[in-house]
Write a protein that binds this ligand. Structure first.
Ligand SMILES: Nc1ncnc2c1ncn2[C@@H]1O[C@H](COP(=O)(O)OP(=O)(O)OP(=O)(O)O)[C@@H](O)[C@H]1O
Ligand SMILES: [Mg+2]
Length: 171
């Protein structure tokens, strides 16, 4: 008998996140789906939920202490079991070259995971992301609006991971 056809995971997924809990849930689903290394870029206007998504990821991954936004420190680091996570917010970065001083080289090792908020500020220095996430206000732009999200995986492994995470969200 012929093998059943294999369906490739789609390159990107789009959905709507309702409330802070919805954004946290996407972060948590990425953790459960096995996200543990590589670069994840989080783009979106001020207040669209980038930090909230990382917080959802870190909580589900097992971080129990305070999870601060890297608004002023530019980077916050976590260690969860064997996983190392760096959470960047590049909004206040004055020059992409500054990333070197923040330890980017050490954060881009094979066993590390990096989240980059405001990746457009690090153009030329940041690596190509495995996962690209874009958030926007779903309605007129008010703080209470649901958020529209589009997640894109650059290669098969990332697409499979996104597929698992998004199926998990709507179980
Ligand atoms: N899906 C959602 N619906 C409604 N509110 C949300 C949603 N997701 C997050 N929020 C709320 O939006 C606010 C801003 O979230 P957050 O700080 O994560 O945004 P941000 O994109 O990191 O902002 P910045 O660009 O300033 O770093 C928070 O009050 C959060 O609770
Ligand atoms: Mg933020």
């Amino acid at each position: 008998m012929d093998d059943p056809p294999t369906l490739a995971a789609p390159a990107s997924w789009e959905g709507v996140l309702v409330g802070e809990a919805g954004t946290m849930a996407l972060g948590a689903a990425l953790a459960r789906a096995g996200l543990c290394r590589g670069a994840v870029c989080l783009a979106g206007e001020l207040g669209t939920g980038k930090t909230t998504l990382v917080r959802g990821f870190l909580r589900a991954a097992g971080v129990t202490g305070t999870i601060r936004s890297p608004t002023f420190t530019l980077v916050e680091e976590y260690r969860v079991g064997t996983m190392r996570v760096a959470h960047y917010d590049l909004y206040r970065l004055s020059d992409p070259e500054e990333l070197e001083l923040l330890g980017l080289r050490d954060h881009l090792t094979a066993d590390s995971l990096c989240f980059f908020e405001w990746p457009e500020r690090g153009v030329g220095v940041l690596p190509d992301p495995q996962i690209d996430i874009r958030l926007e206000y779903a309605g007129g732009g008010g703080a209470d609006d649901a958020r529209r999200v589009r997640c894109t995986g650059s290669e098969c492994a990332a697409r499979d991971l996104l597929g698992r995470a998004t199926r998990d969200l709507f179980r």
